[in-house]
Write a protein that binds this ligand. Structure first.
Ligand code: PLP
Length: 430
C-alpha cells in the first residue's frame, strides 16, 4: 500500500525501525483491521492526529487521563518541576507528598513504594508476597493482565487476547510453573486450588474489576470470598488496581467494594500521564522491602520528581468535591446512549460498565469471565471501531479493552458519541 496520509507515512517509517511500528502491541490496530493514526497533540477529551483530524478520545492513554489531556493543574506541576531538575536519584519532597496523599486516599495502604510502571508494581508486589510468606505459588485469573513480567504472562488478557497469543515464547515453563490461572468470578475454583496447594500459595492477585478482557465486574461474593479464602489459607490478597485505582472511587475498587487487600498495585492515574507505578499495603508486609527488610527492589528513576509532581497534582484535583459523582453520571450517560443505539440498530450488545469505565461486547450473552468475553464477535467490533473512528470517535482498538470517560467529556460529546454509535452499528448490521 502506498502511504497517503502523514500517519501512514510515519507508520511506514516506524515499521522499519520499531517492531511492528509500535512500542506496545495493541497500538498497531491489527485486530481491528487498520493501522494507527499518529497523534500530534491532545487537549481535554480530544486528540489531533498528524493529518489534522480530531477524535473524541475514550482510551485516555489506556486509563491514566481521567482529567483529560493536558489538564492545566498537571501541566503546570510538570512545567515547574522540570525547571528544578528532571531526576535526582536521591530523595525529594514530592516523593513524600505523593506517598502521604496515596496512603490517605487508599484504605488498605499504610506504606507505599514508587516504581515506574504497573508491570514493575505487580512484579515487585509478587516478589514481596513470596518473600513475606516464604511460599512460591501465585494464583491469578484468566483474562486479567498484570503487566508483562515473565511469571504473570499466563492467560493474560489485554494485548495477548487481542492478538490471540496464549503466553509468550521466551518465558521458560519453569518460570510459570508456580503461576495458577483460574476462571474469574469462580470462587469454587479458587477453593479447590487452595485445598490442593494452599500451603504453597503466596498470594492471589486479581483485578478487582477486570479491565483487560474488556470490563468484567466481580460478582458480589467474589472479592469478599477471596478475602476469606486468603485468610483461611494464609495467602496474601493483592488487588491490582492499576486501572481501578483512583478511577472507581478516590480509594479505588477496594473502597467501592469495601474489601481490604493486603497489598495494592497502582499505576496509570497515579502518574498523571507520566510513567509511574506503586505498590503498598500493610505496614508489617511493606517493612520486608529493602532497605528495612531483605526483599530487594530498586529503580534509578523511581520517585522521579516530574512524575511525582504530575501524580500529586492529579490526586489533588481528584480530591475536589463532586468529581466522582460527575464521572458516574457521564459513565451512565454513555452507557445509556450505547444501549439505545444498539436497540435502534438492532445489534445485540452486552455492556458492562462501572463508574467511568466499561466495555460494549458484541454478544447477547452475559460476560462474567474470560471464556464468556471470548464469545464476543471481534470482527463486528473491528467494523464498529473503524466506523466510529471515521466519525471522529476513538475507542480502544480491541474488543478486549475498556473505554474510559474523563472529566473533560461533556454532555455534547457524549451525545455525539451516541449518534456516531447508532450510525456505526447500522453499518455493523449490514
Ligand atoms: N495491571 C493492570 C491491571 C493493567 O491494566 C496494566 C496495564 O495495562 C498493568 C498492570 C501494567 O501496567 P504498565 O503498562 O504500566 O506496565
Amino acid at each position: 500500500m502506498v502511504p497517503n496520509t502523514i500517519s501512514e507515512r510515519l507508520f511506514h517509517r516506524a515499521q522499519a525501525v520499531i517492531p511492528g511500528g509500535v512500542n506496545s502491541p495493541v497500538r498497531s490496530c491489527r485486530s481491528v483491521g487498520t493501522t494507527p493514526f499518529f497523534v500530534k497533540r491532545a487537549l481535554g477529551c480530544r486528540l489531533e492526529d498528524e493529518d489534522g483530524r480530531i477524535y473524541l478520545d475514550y482510551v485516555g492513554s489506556w486509563g491514566p487521563l481521567i482529567l483529560g489531556h493536558a489538564h492545566p493543574r498537571v501541566v503546570e506541576a510538570v512545567r515547574f518541576a522540570a525547571t528544578q531538575g528532571t531526576s535526582y536519584g536521591i530523595p525529594c519532597r514530592m516523593e513524600v507528598e505523593l506517598a502521604e496523599k496515596v496512603v490517605s486516599m487508599v484504605p488498605s495502604m499504610e506504606m507505599v513504594r514508587m516504581v515506574n510502571s504497573g508491570t514493575e508494581a505487580t512484579m515487585s508486589a509478587i516478589r514481596l508476597a513470596r518473600g513475606y510468606t516464604g511460599r512460591p505459588k501465585v494464583i491469578k485469573f484468566d483474562g486479567c493482565y498484570h503487566g508483562h513480567s515473565d511469571g504473570l504472562l499466563v492467560k493474560g488478557g489485554s494485548g495477548l487476547a487481542t492478538l490471540g497469543i496464549p503466553g509468550s515464547p521466551g518465558v521458560p515453563p519453569e518460570v510459570v510453573a508456580h503461576t495458577l490461572s483460574l476462571p474469574y468470578n469462580d470462587l469454587d475454583a479458587v477453593e479447590t486450588a487452595l485445598k490442593a496447594y494452599g500451603e504453597t500459595v503466596a498470594c492471589i492477585i486479581v483485578e478487582p474489576v477486570a479491565g483487560n478482557m474488556g470490563t468484567v465486574i466481580p460478582k458480589p461474593e467474589f472479592l469478599p470470598g477471596l478475602r476469606r479464602l486468603c485468610d483461611t489459607y494464609g495467602s496474601l490478597l493483592i488487588f491490582d488496581e492499576v486501572i481501578t485505582g483512583f478511577r472507581l472511587a478516590p480509594g479505588g475498587a477496594q473502597e467501592r467494594f469495601a474489601v481490604r487487600p493486603d497489598l495494592t498495585c497502582l499505576g496509570k492515574i497515579i502518574g498523571g500521564g507520566l510513567p509511574v507505578g506503586a505498590y503498598g499495603g500493610r505496614r508489617d508486609i511493606m517493612e520486608k522491602v529493602a532497605p528495612l527488610g531483605d526483599v530487594y527492589q530498586a529503580g534509578t528513576l523511581s520517585g522521579n520528581p516530574l512524575a511525582m509532581a504530575a501524580g500529586f497534582a492529579m490526586l489533588q484535583e481528584l480530591s475536589e468535591p463532586g468529581i466522582y459523582e460527575s464521572l458516574e453520571k457521564k459513565g451512565e450517560a454513555l452507557e445509556a446512549g450505547l444501549r439505545e443505539a444498539a436497540r435502534l440498530a438492532d445489534v445485540p450488545l452486552t455492556i458492562n460498565r462501572i463508574g467511568s469505565m466499561g466495555t460494549a461486547f458484541f454478544t447477547d450473552k452475559e460476560v462474567s469471565d474470560f471464556a464468556s468475553a471470548l464469545q464476543a464477535n471481534t470482527a463486528a467490533y473491528g467494523v464498529f471501531y473503524r466506523e466510529m473512528l471515521a466519525r471522529g470517535v476513538y475507542l480502544a482498538p480491541s474488543q478486549f479493552e475498556s473505554f474510559f470517560v474523563s472529566t473533560a467529556h461533556d454532555r455534547e460529546d457524549l451525545d455525539r458519541t451516541a449518534q456516531a454509535a447508532l450510525e456505526s452499528l447500522r453499518v455493523v448490521k449490514t
